[in-house]
Ligand binder design. Sequence first.
Ligand code: PHE
Length: 343
Amino acid sequence: MSQHQELIQLQAQAENELADARDEKQLEAWRIKWLGRKGLVPAAVKQIGSLPKEERAAYGQAVNQLKQAVQAAFEARQQQLKEAAMAAELRSEGFDPTLPGRRPQIGRLHPSSATLREIAHIFAHMGFEVYTARDVETDEYNFQLLNFPKGHPAREMQDTFHTTTPDVLLRTHTSPGQIRVMRERYPEPIRVILPGKCYRYEQVTARSEMMFHQVEGLVVGKNITFADLKGTLQAFVDQLFGEGRQLRFRASHFPFTEPSAEVDVDCILCGGKGCRVCKYTGWLEILGCGMVHPNVLRNGGYDPEEWSGYAFGMGPERIAMLLHGVDDIRYFFSNDVRFLEQF
Ligand code: PHE
């Protein structure tokens, strides 16, 4: 038999035996026999050296082809066995990869949280830092340091949940955080928002809950004016409701700001013509604000001769109601998934 024929036979034999390898173990035995260091294929390659010079080139070429073919056949068989093993495993687990998937229920942000985040995001872009103050406050911080003396009638506007500890209460607004930031940051200038929950002992109605959120804003610096407040709020409203909203500042009263204002935006639904949502006034009230009262600056450690500032407070639930046309605040905290799912 010529050497060439020998090689052809060798290859055929290798391939036949390969087809008989039915699992990893048999495949490995085959590999050692044929391709291992002392295997039949390397042995055939080594024979080059024992051939007369003139036969070497032709034989070398043929034996190299053989080696490559056998190696390729091995890899193909290896892949085949792997896939067969995987398919067998899937079958034995009763898993059918061709069935359509079942979409998992994915949670989402509560509309109050989503609105809070949107508000925080807009202010963050204007350089405001988020400051988290406490929910449980003292009468001193919630009222006295904010210029509500004991017995002030404005306290009644904010009927309070008291704890069994005298003078410890649930904050009725986020404004006590103003004093906490000032006392912590003096003598630095301040630009913060204070988001969080507030509590009022009130009749629950479509318009008022006993727990709700507020976002307080506080800026303290040198030469801060009402114009800064107006510009900041206009920029905020343009980003929240869309460019070109009209703002209206109505004189108002809060003990801790002077002067004080309530701010209305032209109705985002009817554009000011008058509709059910704006009660045919064309305006929607969105927040309270004013210049920080000198007594409050002083209580925070800032000399009102040298420093000035503004503050504002808004309710994200109220804003979410306007943005999404929700007509009852009680939906926010009644945990009805049919409501929450819509956001
Ligand atoms: N704290 C006021 C409220 O709860 C809102 C407010 C905050 C007004 C800051 C002026 C300045 O109604």
